[in-house]
Design a protein around this ligand. Structure first.
Ligand code: ATP
Ligand SMILES: O=C(O)[C@@H](O)C(=O)CO
Length: 425
């Protein structure tokens, strides 16, 4: 396999967002869960997105897993590797964006790494190094209340400086607007000063196209699906990849029972759950019971099993920022998050055992726990449900053919769950 583009994603929903973007731009793309095992049969593709669950783990572990993924991708001739992070730069001052970037930069000998989480299609833009979510700076957006990585600073030069060993510079919008040569000159200037990473402004897709023409000449970039789109377009426009048409359907019909699981506590997901109440039975889990280790999982499965024959069900742990803060105050942020993720994985396993073959999951960490438990090694990308969320068809012997949708917390319209199930036939 010879790859035109290698990608390492720090969570599974982000990986499917990127795989969707690359597929839509004409790259044959597969999403793998972790570094693929030698015996996993992969189709001939232009891009592989290796999904890691490395956004909120201990930085040393995030670094070692990312390096292993990079080694695998470079071993398949990927001259450029995109480290896919969240378009809202989800991370803490300890990492993991900076430490992973530093390690991958050292491995590939890059002088200065281009960094931009801009993804205009979903309202993420960067100006003067400040990340905006829609009309508001990151620190005023709902991300200030994220259960695992609350974001309190919109200035990415500052945020990345706190995480990285290298100095961080800025390529501003005025430079990007002057074109690729101006960006090259600015990067050379930064590299000359020993600055190893540059946050780059981008407001429109055309800015990302300019940035990506330059990024494609480098070995490494860090960003979200916006730069992924730019890189894909650069590969197609320079003739390095012959564009493939995106598949127009999700493949063979799977049928059978369907279910939705929500562990995301984002405003978007809370609204989508409220909307789903009108379309399907919804069970709200009790986080206190989960953390206390009682039989909340069995209660959920006993509730779901008799209902599955009548149509889809939704099981949610999602709660308001105030309720999340109360649970975290009592049990600790990581302990609560981990216990709830594992409960979701238990429930997913039980649902699959009850015959569910179509599963929608909301939340990156939640999706990671579920997909790991189901032991799915990778996905082919089907139709797009909403920007950044495709229908995924599992590959591999055990769960092959099963359909999933892994929704990033903030993505999708109010009717996301019913939209997804309509396309997952
Ligand atoms: N009621 C709750 N109280 C406390 N923590 C919760 C509750 N429900 C879910 N969680 C935890 O909150 C975290 C949500 O993270 P997750 O990545 O799944 O969603 P997200 O951050 O909205 O999605 P994304 O990363 O795709 O943007 C998980 O660790 C989950 O277990
Ligand atoms: O970039 C995004 O916003 C998403 O793909 C994501 O990573 C959310 O977890």
């Amino acid at each position: 396999m010879t790859l035109a583009l290698g990608c390492i994603a720090d969570d599974y929903t982000g990986a499917s967002d990127l795989a969707n973007t690359l597929t839509r731009a004409g790259l044959r793309t597969v999403q793998t869960i972790g570094v693929p095992a030698d015996d996993l049969a992969l189709p001939e593709v232009d891009a592989v997105v290796v999904s890691l669950k490395s956004r909120s783990i201990e930085p040393g572990l995030a670094v070692s897993r990312s390096r292993a993924a990079e080694k695998w991708l470079r071993g398949r001739s990927a001259s450029h590797v995109l480290f896919k992070i969240c378009s809202t730069f989800d991370s803490t001052d300890a990492g993991n964006i900076g430490p992973v970037m530093d390690a991958l930069r050292a491995d590939c000998g890059e002088a200065v790494v281009l960094v931009t989480p801009a993804f205009p299609e979903t309202g993420r833009t960067v100006y003067q190094g400040n990340l905006f979510v829609g009309a508001v700076p990151l620190n005023e957006s709902p991300l200030k209340d994220h259960p695992l990585n609350p974001m309190h600073d919109s200035n990415l030069v500052r945020v990345l400086t706190r995480q990285s060993r290298t100095q961080v510079g800025l390529v501003d919008l005025a430079t990007v607007t002057r074109g690729a040569d101006a960006v090259r000159a600015r990067l050379a200037e930064l590299a000359g000063k020993g600055i190893g990473a540059a946050v780059i402004d981008a407001v429109f897709d055309r800015d990302l196209e300019t940035i990506s023409l330059v990024a494609a000449e480098h070995r490494l970039s860090v960003g979200a699906s916006g730069i992924g789109l730019g890189l894909a377009r650069a590969l197609v426009s320079t003739g390095k990849v012959k564009p493939a048409s995106a598949s127009s359907d999700a493949g063979a019909v799977v049928g059978g029972p369907a279910a939705c699981l929500a562990g995301s506590c984002s405003q978007a997901t809370l609204q989508q759950i409220a909307n789903a109440e009108r379309a399907m039975p919804v069970l709200h889990l009790d986080p206190e019971q989960i953390v206390a280790g009682t039989s909340e999982t069995e209660r959920a499965l006993a509730w779901a099993r008799p209902r599955l024959a009548d149509g889809p069900v939704l099981i949610a742990s999602s709660a308001t920022p105030e309720a999340v803060a109360a649970v975290q105050a009592r049990h600790g942020r990581d302990a609560a998050g981990h216990a709830i993720e594992q409960a979701m994985a238990d429930i997913a396993e039980g649902l699959a055992g009850a015959g569910v073959r179509r599963l929608v999951v909301a939340g990156g960490e939640t999706s990671g726990a579920v997909v790991d438990r189901l032991k799915i090694p990778g996905f082919l990308v089907g139709v797009e449900i909403a920007p950044g969320v495709p229908v995924l068809r599992a590959v591999g012997a055990e769960k092959g053919g099963m359909l999933l949708a892994l929704k990033s917390g903030n993505f999708g319209g109010p009717a996301f769950f019913t939209d997804a199930l309509r396309l997952m036939r």
